[in-house]
Design a protein. Structure first.
Length: 48
């Protein structure tokens, strides 16, 4: 797979890099969201 990217045009390389970058951003946001939900469940207020 990576060999086809190495021999691809500059436009294709840049689009691949953009897709990987955006996927990384959304994965990080999803991980942060899940961590917040987990911590809210772990430390929920028992007084209410």
């Amino acid at each position: 797979m990576f060999e086809s990217i190495v021999h691809a045009s500059e436009l294709t390389k840049s689009l691949f890099l953009m897709v990987v970058g955006v996927a990384g951003v959304y994965a990080t946001l999803a991980l942060f969201y899940l961590m917040v939900k987990l911590l809210m469940k772990a430390f929920k207020d028992h007084d209410a």
